[in-house]
Design a binder for this molecule. Structure first.
Ligand code: HPA
Length: 241
């Protein structure tokens, strides 16, 4: 049963997986949400946990696993979880850089679609510019839970998933901003593509950790931890809907 990148047994994953980029964050989320969290995989240090989470008095099975950084890494784990472990939905919980004017550090973005400069989805359908869109049921559940976010504003709309973190073509950010793109991150477009490939569900819920245009102060490492709660509440609502 183990796959090249996941050492779990056949029934070790829950149908819903929360997926932060950082495996250590996966560990912290798992132990914060699930008193019975148990480690199910640790290949290459990409930790995955499964347990039971209680939401509004109802217990739900849940897994939490890191994706690593970037679309190739996230694609490997999402593919193996959907194809080999029967996972039905993956909700990315991560950070993003703000792009849109109305978006501020500390806000939460529900990524309803994801533009990309990656070739990963371009290679899927010959002659087609693939549209990477989130699952509507998951996005609606996250949006419907937005009153649970007590700090910052919740936005829903397109993000961009880039391959480069540090380098951008001149004019790219301005163009994205002019077309209503809310933020930039590095995994959602590929995750949505894999979900389409397997007929499963995916969503990205992102905390804005810095802003590419407006120069507002970046979040400190500590703030990234404490201000993560809003995005996690929305992701949980999607995971358990
Ligand atoms: N790009 C730029 N800024 C960011 C990102 C990113 O992928 N994630 C968080 N801040």
């Amino acid at each position: 049963m183990p796959t090249p990148h996941i050492s779990a047994g056949p029934d070790d994953f829950a149908p819903a997986v929360l997926m932060p980029g950082d495996p250590r964050r996966a560990e912290r989320i798992a132990h914060a949400l699930m008193p019975d969290a148990r480690l199910v995989t640790d290949v290459r240090g990409m930790l995955g946990f499964t347990g039971t989470v209680e939401v509004d008095g109802v217990a739900h099975p849940l897994s939490v696993m890191g994706s690593g950084m970037g679309q190739p890494s996230a694609t490997i784990y999402a593919t193996e979880l959907f194809r080999e472990y029967g996972v039905q939905r993956i909700i990315r919980v991560g950070t993003c850089g703000g792009i849109a004017e109305g978006v501020q550090v500390g806000d939460v973005i529900i990524g309803t679609g994801a533009h990309t400069d990656s070739s990963m989805n371009q290679a899927r359908v010959p002659g087609i510019n693939f549209s990477a869109v989130a699952d509507l049921e998951l996005a609606a559940a996250a949006w419907g839970a937005r009153e649970k976010v007590t700090e910052g504003t919740v936005h829903a709309g397109p993000v961009v998933s880039r391959d480069h973190f540090y380098w951008a073509v001149p004019g790219m950010v301005d163009g994205l901003r002019a077309h209503g793109t809310l933020g930039v991150e590095m995994e959602a477009a590929a995750l949505y593509g894999v979900a389409n490939e397997f007929g499963r569900q995916a969503l990205a819920v992102l905390t804005v950790s810095d802003h590419l245009v407006d120069g507002s102060a970046d979040m400190s490492a500590q703030e990234r931890e404490t201000r993560f709660g809003g995005a996690l509440a929305l992701a949980l609502a999607a995971a358990t809907c």
